[in-house]
Design a protein around this ligand. Sequence first.
Ligand SMILES: Cc1cc2nc3c(=O)[nH]c(=O)nc-3n(C[C@H](O)[C@H](O)[C@H](O)COP(=O)(O)OP(=O)(O)OC[C@H]3O[C@@H](n4cnc5c(N)ncnc54)[C@H](O)[C@@H]3O)c2cc1C
Length: 483
Amino acid sequence: MSGLTRADFLRGAGAVAASGLLPARAADPRGTEAPLDADVVVIGGGLSGLTAARELGRRGHTSLVLEARDRVGGRTLSVPTSHGHPVDGGGAWIGPGQDRMAALAVELGLVTVPSWYAGDTTYDLLGKVTRGMIPDVSWSESLDALRALWRLDRLAGSLPQGASWEAADAARLDALTVHDWLVGRGATPFTHAVFKLITRAVFAGHPEHMSLLWVLHYVGAAGGVLPVILNDGGAQDLRFEGGSQQVSLGLAALLGDVVRLAHPVRHVEQPPGEPVRVHTDGGVLRCRRVVVAMMPGDTMRIAFTPELPAARLDLAGGWARLTRLPLIKTSVLYPRPFWRDRGLSGAMQSDAAPLQLVFDTSPTDGSLGVLTCFLSVTEAPHLGDARTRPQAVAEELVRYFGPDAAHPLEVVEKDWGIDPWSTGCITPLPPGLLSRAGHTLRTPVDRVHWAGTETAHAWCGYMEGAVRAGERVAAEVHAALDS
Ligand SMILES: Cc1cc2nc3c(=O)[nH]c(=O)nc-3n(C[C@H](O)[C@H](O)[C@H](O)COP(=O)(O)OP(=O)(O)OC[C@H]3O[C@@H](n4cnc5c(N)ncnc54)[C@H](O)[C@@H]3O)c2cc1C
């Protein structure tokens, strides 16, 4: 495994301290009461919040990052295994066009490796298991699915990137679910199955519940349908050896004691003419501006005084109440990647099976075989019991990869459905919400600014979007502080 060493961390932190990025006691602009704790308090130590703090430091502003958990990284998490090969329990892959993440990997000395896709993909669609480069269906069915994907791509490209609610026909597109749209096109059952596969895999939702405008927004932010759905050459092209959480750990090390773990923020007060007050369990911090860097739904756990505008509450509340499939990411370790001997890539995609997606995430030297699975216990109640789940998942894998799959060395998982600080992981927005309240996604409320991947113009929902949103909000706060 390659990554940052402790010495690198300390060197980085020292360099940052020397360059003045560690929090000085910022001056209270009114010159009254106690000095400020920082120019800016950033709430959330995921990729977005950590990037925001770093960029603010580069622009000469002091900041403090308050993170609720006892770790940084948010929706990225490297889960240790007893075989010395940590696996990603959250965000894992990056791909072409995700320049910020690629640059951070280089800067932090992390190694990215190509994902393994050699061999046949396994498809479980409409109750039939087939293997090959593409699902085994008739030409006419393939053509219908391709036409629908092409149309989706064109529609997505016609909307303002990252601001789809500004489109002239936003309300019409937002009134439709993805399912309505497919029915309107007279889509074949196979096309319906392909879209269900995609919405389950990418958004943790079903076409019947998801706004067409939201899917177009997301696809447009990624630059089209292909980057989203392609594995090889798409958003699932590369992964971080040792896990993607290393990016956040590296950023936090560069920031040093700016980052405060186990500091859940409960309340943000903006008294007129006085510094902003940020209430944590450990006390109150005073600052000039606040950045909230998390999924809009997660902001509902924080009280704001004065109350946030109704449209903003509509957006955040709608996000928090979504009908989503609570996702578990499970990695199953074997002595070797035995499926490769049978010409299989280890990738499996399904529209309805208990396992939504499977990927081969074995170490590059092949010293272990690792199959990483996405599953939702709402759809597969027999996988609901955490004690019996490891063997039940292995048995599901036997359907696709043969009897060797029944005997794993180890099974590790991250259950996002029971995570106390992330309201799910990815978001299937329902009809109506984005066209009604999307304009509040990035709009500051007095001295509170919004970041998090969901606010990104490009690569919304991805790690790349989180970093870009952190950069955007830092520029926004800098401009506000300067003025
Ligand atoms: C299972 C899964 C698979 C994924 N796969 C990929 C992938 O392959 N590629 C990809 O690019 N992306 C993927 N993603 C998405 C990616 O992980 C996210 O887009 C990205 O990590 C979001 O970063 P963020 O900083 O915007 O938000 P978060 O990571 O959610 O960070 C928000 C932070 O705020 C903290 N917080 C919340 N409330 C409070 C509070 N009141 N006080 C203080 N702190 C608080 C949280 O603890 C968290 O650390 C995946 C996500 C999941 C869960």
